[in-house]
Design a protein around this ligand. Structure first.
Ligand SMILES: [Zn+2]
Length: 172
């Protein structure tokens, strides 16, 4: 599953629509090992094509070096499909070099659906995953609602539980 801030989803969609009918592309960096996309980096489609994308080699090298220096990795690699459904093409599968990345495809031709989709592509195998758009990543905000509820309900059962614990300790 890809968990991603909805503002990042909106930014990808805006970029894809602005560059239609050329395929848009870019990456979203996140702290290494976090699986949390944070820093969106729009990139140039060196192929300037409506049916494929290709990173500019020099730009890619520079951005990948920058991520390395920041302790980041490409959590999301995204591009748009401007005249086909949001499913990886043969070229997309062939060029997918990041086994830990989420490959996101944004469709900009309503005839082929409007849902953005996310895939893992490892050794030529494509597996679709669900996308969960969130306002904040968990851990960034406390969850007071669930805490309140548990302290309320537990008042009575707490004594039961300690009684069970007493009985157990007697048995040993
Ligand atoms: Zn593609």
């Amino acid at each position: 599953m890809l968990t991603i801030l909805s503002e990042l989803v909106d930014a990808m969609v805006r970029q894809a629509q602005a560059e239609h009918p050329i395929e848009t592309c870019g990456v979203i960096a996140g702290r290494e090992g976090s699986d949390r996309p944070l820093r969106l980096i729009p990139m140039r489609n060196a192929a300037a094509s409506s049916d494929m994308f290709m990173f500019d080699a020099r730009e890619q090298l520079q951005i990948w070096r920058e991520m390395d220096a920041n302790g980041e990795e490409p959590v999301v690699i995204y591009h748009s499909h401007t005249a086909s459904r949001a499913y990886p093409s043969k070229d997309d599968i062939l060029c997918a070099a990041e086994p830990h990345a989420h490959y996101v495809i944004i469709p900009t031709d309503p005839e082929h659906g409007s849902d953005i989709r996310s895939f893992r592509i490892v050794n030529g195998a494509v597996v679709e995953e669900t996308i969960k758009a969130v306002e904040h990543y968990s851990g960034e905000k406390p969850l007071p609602l669930s805490e309140d509820r548990s302290s309320h309900v537990n008042h009575h059962s707490y004594s039961n539980r300690s009684a069970t614990a007493d009985r157990r300790s007697e048995a040993y």
